[in-house]
Design a protein around this ligand. Structure first.
Ligand code: 2AM
Ligand code: CA
Ligand code: CA
Ligand code: CA
Length: 263
């Protein structure tokens, strides 16, 4: 089916801004907070309400599109046929609950497995990052430049301290030697914001051990549109229907770190 991408883009932007207003309005109300996989894995009534809002709007306007959302109100999506919206209604729920900032709405829209449109909306900062494959990436109205080469010594790397202490997933000493070499490290607690920052050149690398497709779908479209790289830790393409470790970055930083610290 032939899609009208400009129409979908406008609809997505309007829907995202509407969701942002709902979230801001919710700051005056008491949140219902529950836990998911462990005591620190939080979900609120707003995560669920916002996802339902998107699913209802999308199904009404584009009945043939499928939706893969973190909170499970969309479809059971196991392949990438047709047009699929991959949605994280609130990325950085812990920040949303504790800080009322540093969280984002993340949406990637894929057609036959190819990322066409990507959005990350930092609601409180009112920063909407958006990309349309082949037509550029933007932060609000401002076009983002192609990423320039950055040496690892001048890179700002986003990494959670969890991965620098002994853990089951990776060799933390290898990561510690990388942390010593870069200019600085940061950790924002929202995968979507970290990926948007890579696209904007505010960060040069982001390494994390466990993300789901809704965490990186929007970021993948944005990053690829500015010439950045996003893969798993071995340099392989990310699956849109499976969880994966993620390594995103400036292309020069990505290739050097992959070669020296990950392979
Ligand atoms: P979330 O807030 O949408 O759950 C925080 O470390 C980052 O990792 C957030 O982007 C968070 O997304 C994501 N994340 C993925 N899986 C997680 C989990 N099991 N527990 C907490 N955060 C998780
Ligand atoms: Ca979550
Ligand atoms: Ca998330
Ligand atoms: Ca979420």
């Amino acid at each position: 089916m032939k899609e009208n991408w400009n129409d979908i883009d406008q609809f997505a932007k309007n829907s995202i801004k509407g969701a942002g207003s709902k979230i801001i309005d919710s700051f005056d109300e008491v949140l219902k907070i529950q836990t998911k996989s462990n005591v620190n894995d939080l979900v609120t009534n707003m995560d669920k309400e916002i996802e339902k809002y998107f699913v209802e709007k999308i199904k009404d306007r584009y009945p043939s599109h499928r939706v893969l959302g973190e909170e499970g109100f969309g479809d059971q999506v196991e392949d990438t046929d047709g047009t699929v919206w991959i949605i994280d209604p609130i990325d950085g729920t812990m920040n949303f609950v504790h800080q009322q900032r540093n969280f984002a709405i993340s949406i990637g829209i894929f057609h036959e497995g190819i990322g066409i449109l990507g959005y990350i909306y930092d609601v409180v900062a009112d920063e909407l990052y958006h990309a349309y494959r082949g037509h550029g990436a933007y932060l609000n109205e401002e076009r983002l430049s192609q990423l320039k080469e950055v040496p690892v010594e001048e890179a700002i790397l986003s990494i959670n301290a969890t991965w620098l202490i002994p853990n089951k997933k990776i060799d933390h000493e290898q990561f510690a030697s990388l942390v010593k070499r870069v200019r600085g490290t940061r950790s924002y607690g929202s995968a979507a914001i970290e990926l948007a920052y890579i696209a904007a050149g505010r960060l040069d690398g982001y390494l994390t051990m466990r993300l789901s497709p809704w965490d990186f779908a929007g970021g993948k479209v944005l990053i690829e549109e500015v010439g950045g790289t996003i893969t798993d830790l071995k340099g392989n393409n990310l699956s849109l229907v499976e969880n994966s470790p993620v390594f995103a970055g400036n292309p020069a930083v990505h290739s050097e770190v992959l070669k020296k610290y990950l392979k």
